[in-house]
Design a protein around this ligand. Structure first.
Ligand code: FAD
Length: 468
């Protein structure tokens, strides 16, 4: 007989596992189905965490190679031990996926390993790796099956030469020349990793700029910094295919002038975005509708699909494909399910590109405010003028704040610079509270810290920055 649960979650990524934990905290009997052999989803296994582990390792190598001598630190025989770097990354991943398993035990959530499919609006069949089926009955079902990399039909993944982020996180040798197709966060982060470790890296982007959703000025500042580090950019350039050879490939592309370009390389990372993933879920068996174009599952403000007993969240639904967005939705979903007032403020979800310098932003860009006709004032401050940035030798970067011209309410914050990912949190909190640039300007910031650049930018909104 099928085991009955109040909630069956399909997918143990940041959306699914957070929803499962919050629902269990609220007293529900929960099972979470995962088809991979570890919990944690794309984020923990093949996304956020392993990419940051490699970014941190490669950053240390880059510092040792390019910056230590400036600090008066001498090193001989610097080298790269890639297997050890990957081993450390794998240990970081394992520590965190085991951590989710621990949290499941602590909250009495039943993990079920296998591929789930819907058999009705309240039943799920899980086919385990041993081929055996288990049926689960649910008061409510949550779809949190996430996303998968977009495959270009004219440049299909082969797992060896034409790869997705998953394989680019595990190259067993530093490529001589890596071509990255797509100038978004994932391509730039993994491009940075391999550039720092010695690869020539060429980024080809169809649009006129990288990180297309960012504030234009801030995105361009990041591009310039990355170009200085040796990443080569070809913007407004359309990849049309590649000739695959036994030891590499020649990528073919056309630039804005109509010139045909060729890029001989040994690896091609295709990172042109991700698509909602519902393969094998049998949505139709339960009557759940997905957008035929995007594959995304439409939901209402309670995360309910068109079938009242089935909800969806995370990368599977509309909005930015980010782990913290999925987590926020997980908490809100569980709270709404038990009649509490769960809520996600989509205007204050930060976005970070973990290159060096980092790019971090929240809220409206200057371009969006112009388009929306919202009157605004801009305050900017450069890292160059900051004492801590100078001490760290990290003087590249700028904080740009956008405040409403009449009310001074903070509408957007954009940072390119060292530790931008940590500094954005202050501005997210101020925006959550409906705060103003003046609020930030009048808040004491420890000296000397990079966060003083944020305060100076807030002062600059009112044209009274101290540092110029
Ligand atoms: P996922 O994490 O994708 O989890 C879905 C889970 O469902 C998977 O484990 C999958 O195996 C499982 N599943 C699917 N179908 C079934 C089925 N039928 N039965 C059982 N299980 C199933 N985001 C950030 O915020 N910050 C970052 O720094 C960042 N870096 C990234 C780097 C890379 C290289 C990648 C690829 C992504 C990155 N992301 C980052 C995005 C982030 O990983 C996703 O937004 C996030 O994982 C989405 O969470 P989710 O719970 O919706 O889905």
């Amino acid at each position: 007989m099928a085991e009955r649960y109040d909630l069956v979650v399909i997918g143990a990524g940041p959306g699914g596992y957070v929803a499962a934990i919050r629902a269990a905290q609220l007293g529900l009997k929960v099972a979470c189905v995962e088809k991979a052999d570890a919990l944690g989803g794309t984020c923990l296994r093949i996304g956020c965490i392993p990419s940051k582990a490699l970014l941190d390792s490669s950053e240390l190598y880059h510092l040792a190679e390019a910056k230590f001598s400036k600090h008066g630190i001498k090193l001989d025989n610097l080298g790269i031990d890639l297997p050890t770097m990957h081993k450390r990354k794998d240990q970081v991943v394992k520590g965190l996926t085991d951590g989710v398993a621990f949290l499941f035990r602590k909250n009495k959530i039943t993990p079920v390993f296998g591929a789930a499919k819907l058999t009705s609006p309240t039943t799920v069949r899980v086919t385990g790796n041993d081929g055996k089926d288990v049926d689960l009955e649910a008061g409510h079902i949550l779809l949190a099956t996430g996303s998968a990399p977009i495959n270009l039909p004219f440049l299909p993944f082969d797992g060896k030469t034409v790869v997705s982020s998953t394989e680019a996180l595990a190259f067993d040798a530093v490529p001589k020349h890596l071509v990255v197709v797509g100038g978004g966060a994932i391509g730039l982060e993994l491009g940075s990793v391999w550039r720092r470790l010695g690869a020539k890296v060429t980024v080809i982007e169809f649009l006129p700029r990288i990180v297309p959703s960012s504030d234009v000025e801030i995105g361009e500042a990041l591009r310039k910094s990355l170009a200085k580090q040796g990443l080569e950019f070809h913007l407004e350039t359309k990849v049309s295919g590649a000739a695959i050879k036994p030891d590499g490939a020649i990528v073919k592309a056309t630039n804005a002038k109509g010139e045909e370009l060729e890029f001989p390389c040994d690896k091609i990372l295709v990172s042109v975005g991700r698509r909602a993933y519902t393969e094998g879920l049998d949505l139709d068996k339960a009557g759940v509708k997905a957008d035929p174009k995007t594959g995304k599952v439409p939901v209402d403000e309670h995360f309910r699909t068109n079938v009242p007993t089935i909800s969806a969240l995370g990368d599977l639904i509309a909005g930015p494909m980010l782990a913290h967005k999925a987590e926020d939705e997980g908490v809100a979903f569980a709270e709404l399910l038990v009649g509490k007032a769960g809520h996600v403020d989509y205007n204050t979800i930060p976005n970070v590109v973990y290159t060096w310098p980092e790019l971090a932003s929240v809220g409206r860009t200057e371009e969006q405010l112009k388009e929306e006709g919202v009157p605004y004032r801009v305050g900017k401050s450069m890292f160059m003028a900051n004492g801590r940035a100078k001490a760290m030798d990290e003087v590249e970067g700028v904080v740009k704040l956008l405040a409403h011209a009449e009310t001074d309410r903070l509408l957007g914050a954009h940072i390119v610079g060292a530790r931008a990912s940590d500094m954005i949190a202050e501005l997210v909190a101020v925006m959550e509270f409906g705060g103003s640039a003046e609020d930030v300007a009048r808040t004491s910031h420890a000296h000397p810290t990079l966060s003083e650049v944020v305060r100076e930018a807030a002062m600059a909104v009112d044209k009274r920055a101290i540092s110029g």
